[in-house]
Write a protein that binds this ligand. Structure first.
Ligand SMILES: [Zn+2]
Length: 327
């Protein structure tokens, strides 16, 4: 048997001595030496250097971006951690009762602003009543109502004119539109304009009020307030004029007054009372009583009558806000 046939291929591999890997040589010259691989052109090596440089630039850019992201995350987390630590330490303050902390956290709710308009004043004396002027009755009633609302504590009352603007006959007239504007500037949620009625016939009497008419903003809520008013004055025994004491008034082409009962819900294009026209909240003009009628003055026009009327207004305001009167 020939000797070479006794060797299998596996036995050749088994007994073959491993050879050390040949060191990689970096070609130093463009022209390969004989026996050391194919020859490379100078352009080939230049291109390879450019590729390596580009790869290094890309790796550097990626690394820089990564570092930036890490720094941003750390900077973002530091304040958060500080807040958490501060909150933890604050909750452990032993000298701050829970009620005090709750008070500090929850701001006090703002009270609803109720604007009271004493309908006349200054050079505008209004109608002349039985021994007093309309401006006096409107101021006395308005200031009494102001005191009631303030003492209640759940309202922020405001007056559209000052006492001086009411009582001083030299004070300029504050127009109804300006009165409404003052109420608007106070952020009024409800406006009540107080007036006294008058008639050449001393027998004329009764109560009536004028909400913002149909077709205007705040009509519905003005009507709802007017209903509280007529309910209160009616319960006192005062006669309600017209159908139910609620009326709408408009000024026609020649400034003549056009009067409609509350049952007329049609929309008219004519303007109504200026104080209602310019109010940006529900508003009612109230003709408290006939200051030319003895019985009306006794009930709602003299000193006691003004306080009585103020009480009715106060209760109507509470009702409109859904609150029970406390006085
Ligand atoms: Zn008046």
């Amino acid at each position: 048997m020939p000797r070479q046939e006794s060797y299998s291929y596996a036995s050749k591999i088994q007994y073959r001595r491993p050879q050390a890997a040949a060191p990689r040589r970096r070609p130093s010259t463009a022209a390969a030496r004989p026996g050391h691989g194919p020859a490379r052109s100078p352009d080939w090596y230049a291109m390879r250097r450019r590729r390596r440089r580009n790869r290094r630039l890309v790796r550097g850019g990626v690394l820089a971006a990564f570092v930036c992201v890490v720094v941003a995350v750390v900077l973002f987390l530091i304040p958060c951690v500080e807040q958490v630590l501060a909150a933890d330490s604050g909750s452990d303050l032993p000298d701050m009762p829970a009620a005090a902390k709750a008070t500090a956290a929850a701001p006090a709710p703002e009270l609803p602003v109720v604007a009271i308009d004493p309908g006349h004043g200054g050079v505008d004396r209004g109608s002349e009543g039985l021994g007093f002027g309309e401006y006096e009755m409107t101021w006395n009633t308005a200031s009494a109502l102001y005191d009631l609302l303030e003492a209640d504590g759940r309202f922020a009352p405001c007056l559209t004119i000052t006492e001086e603007e009411s009582r001083d006959p030299d004070c300029a007239r504050i127009k109804p539109s300006e009165r409404a504007q003052r109420a608007n500037e106070q952020g009024a949620q409800l406006l009540l304009s107080i007036h006294g009625n008058s008639d050449s016939a001393e027998s004329t009497s009764g109560y009536e009020c004028y909400p913002i008419p149909p077709g205007s903003a705040n009509h519905e809520e003005s009507l709802r307030f007017a209903q509280y008013l007529t309910e209160g004055f009616g319960a006192l025994g005062q006669r309600l004029r017209g159908v139910d004491g609620i009326r709408y008034i408009y000024y026609g082409d020649n400034d003549e007054k056009l009067l409609y009962e509350s049952t007329d819900t049609s929309v008219h294009g004519d303007p109504t009372f200026g104080v209602l026209e310019y109010a940006q909240c529900p508003a009612v003009l109230s003709e408290q009583c006939f200051i030319t009628n003895n019985a009306d003055v006794d009930l709602l026009g003299d000193e006691d009558g003004c306080r009585r009327a103020a009480q009715l207004y106060y209760e109507a305001i509470c009702g409109w806000f859904g609150l029970e009167p406390t006085q």
